[in-house]
Design a protein around this ligand. Structure first.
Ligand code: IDP
Ligand code: MG
Length: 149
């Protein structure tokens, strides 16, 4: 089954929105297969955001993501990557429609609350940065047949 990496960014925790953010994603039916609280080092943050190396916002982005604890999470389900991105919204909260996490809860691109992998290959790469194999748990939920046909 497809998996994606989600990060509740430092502003999400500072604003006590982590429950709300996880709730919105979990209610879709996506299953939490890994979850942890951690504070990123500059090295790990730069690795996670390596595609943005050299961009004007890169240094601010790394400082932002390292500025406080984050929650890292693996979500699993059919089309998990695309589904999570749809719930998250566009990169800039201003362009994110109402009903999305960034659209409803954020104002600025540099404080956009949450990360979700952009595609399956990014998801695999990012999950490997944040989780050891044994930290991802495979389990069945009793209501799964009512969520996934
Ligand atoms: P994404 O998070 O929607 O995938 P990316 O383009 O991959 O967006 O950018 C990664 C993160 O970098 C964004 O979530 C946001 O926190 C930050 N970012 C992107 N563009 C800007 C910008 O123009 N100014 C400041 N921060 C930005
Ligand atoms: Mg991205």
């Amino acid at each position: 089954m497809e998996r994606t990496l989600i990060l509740v960014k430092p502003d999400g925790l500072q604003r006590a929105l982590s429950g709300e953010i996880i709730d919105r994603l979990e209610k879709t039916g996506l299953k939490i297969s890994g979850i942890k609280l951690l504070r990123l080092s500059e090295d790990i943050a730069s690795k996670h955001y390596e595609e943005h190396t050299g961009k004007p916002f890169f240094e601010d982005l790394v400082n932002y993501i390292c500025s406080g604890p984050i929650i890292a999470m693996v979500l699993e389900g059919p089309n998990a990557v695309e589904k999570a991105r749809n719930i998250i919204g566009k990169t800039n909260p201003l362009e994110s429609p109402a009903g999305t996490i960034r659209g409803d809860l954020g104002l600025e691109v540099s404080r956009n609350l949450i990360h979700g992998s952009a595609n399956i290959s990014d998801a695999n790469r990012e999950i490997n940065i944040f989780f050891e194999k044994h930290e991802i748990i495979e389990y069945k939920r009793s209501n799964e047949k009512w969520i996934i046909d």
